[in-house]
Design a protein around this ligand. Structure first.
Ligand code: UDP
Length: 374
């Protein structure tokens, strides 16, 4: 029997979109072994004409040093009229390159996990003459950009009640909406609660308080400065630093002689192991990383956020007391030192609160929901 094919549309801006697609794919394989084939495609990079296919390469810069420009773009494109103008300008340029790909793939279901391919995605399906269900899985946790919400899709799955309210306001019919949580790899459910054992398995000192620093898939934020400050002020700790795809940052970190044990990684595929080994996570407010930390029961210090889509995540973490936001490196380090004090019970409290927000079955629930449509 031919396996049914699920095609995920995304662009690799940051690490979250691909991680979400992979997590849902894992969910599908776990619930329906051998029944579905899943294809995850960076449509933007692989099927759009030059120079449009190069836009995602600027994401690391524009959400880092170019943030004011990003914030302006985010606001301007929030207006439906502006979006319509952009999408109708881009659509004819990209139609001829994406449509043949969709015709070749002949998916039975299309899942979009990126804000820019919902309106366009429906147009591509139409021009490829594919009459199959189209689903949006919104991977922004709270502050959903309006481009995610295309009321004509068959189903729209969001992470939180706040995102659902926003989707309703933006015109998504109620019956198409469901809240399942952020799709996160099922591997996070397997994290052992014995941190010493996890540290031993990772090959690091099992007895030292461990701080994990992450800046999303692109390794953005003040990672270098934060790591230096922690190394100088928490002499009894150790650091795990994930630089993601930011190779310059990795090289810069590796050139330093560190005051405390500091393990520097590039783009990792063992985030569950790293989170399982850590007592505290310092990260920008990426929805994927935050949701993973909730499952790992890991307290968070948010060191920054991408203006626009990540602003709501900061408020969400603070409101539920799963962590705090520290706007300065000095404040962040002071907070980390205070929380890691053995006499301070706050770390356990924060860990408990983080666990309460966990949606460990989100990928399975999303998988069950989307497969119902085939
Ligand atoms: N990630 C990873 N390896 C890395 C860095 C990040 O697997 O070296 C994953 C991380 O676990 C999360 C995603 O990439 O699933 C990052 O998503 P998030 O929403 O936090 O931020 P983004 O990179 O999309 O801005």
């Amino acid at each position: 029997m031919r396996k049914k094919k699920i095609l995920f549309l995304l662009s690799d801006t940051g690490g979250g979109h691909r991680a979400s697609a992979m997590a849902i794919s894992e969910g599908v394989a776990a619930l329906y072994p051998g029944q579905y084939e899943t294809v995850i495609e960076d449509v933007w990079k692989r099927h759009m004409p030059f120079p449009i296919n190069r836009f995602p390469d600027t994401y690391g810069w524009i959400t880092g040093p170019g943030m004011p420009l990003w914030a302006l773009m985010w606001k301007l494109t929030y207006y439906r009229k502006m979006q319509h103008l952009i999408f109708s300008g881009v659509a004819p340029l990209v139609k001829n390159s994406v449509t043949p790909y969709l015709r070749r793939q002949q998916p039975d279901l299309v899942v979009c996990v990126h804000p820019l391919m919902n309106h366009l995605g429906l147009q591509w399906l139409q021009s490829a003459q594919l009459d199959v269900p189209f689903i949006t899985v919104v991977t922004d946790m709270v502050t959903v950009h309006s481009s995610w919400i295309c009321p004509e899709v068959d189903r729209c799955l969001v992470s939180t009640e706040k995102a659902r309210d926003l989707a309703l306001q933006l015109g998504m019919p109620k019956e198409k909406l469901a809240v399942h949580g952020q799709p996160v790899s099922l591997k996070f459910n397997e994290i052992d609660s014995d941190k010493q054992k996890n540290r031993q398995q990772l090959g690091i000192n099992p007895d030292k308080p461990t701080i994990l620093i992450v800046g999303g898939g692109e390794g953005t934020g003040q990672i270098y400065r934060i790591a230096r400050s922690i190394a100088e002020t928490i002499p009894y700790g150790q650091l795990l630093v994930v630089t993601g795809r930011n190779q310059r940052l990795k090289a810069r970190m590796e050139a330093v002689s560190w005051e405390i044990p500091t393990h520097i990684y590039g783009f990792v595929d063992n985030m569950p192991e790293l989170m399982g080994a850590a007592d505290l996570l310092v990260t920008k407010a990426g929805p994927g990383t935050i949701s993973e930390a909730f499952i790992a029961g890991l307290p968070l210090i948010l060191s920054g956020y991408i203006r626009g889509q990540e602003a709501g995540n900061v408020a969400y973490v603070k409101e539920h007391q799963a962590g705090a936001y520290a706007g300065t490196t000095r404040g962040l380090t002071a907070l980390a030192r205070d929380w890691l004090d053995v006499n301070n019970p706050i770390l356990q409290e924060l860990a408990r609160n983080a666990s309460c927000l966990a949606r460990p079955n989100a990928s399975l629930d999303i998988a069950a929901d989307i497969c119902k449509l085939i």
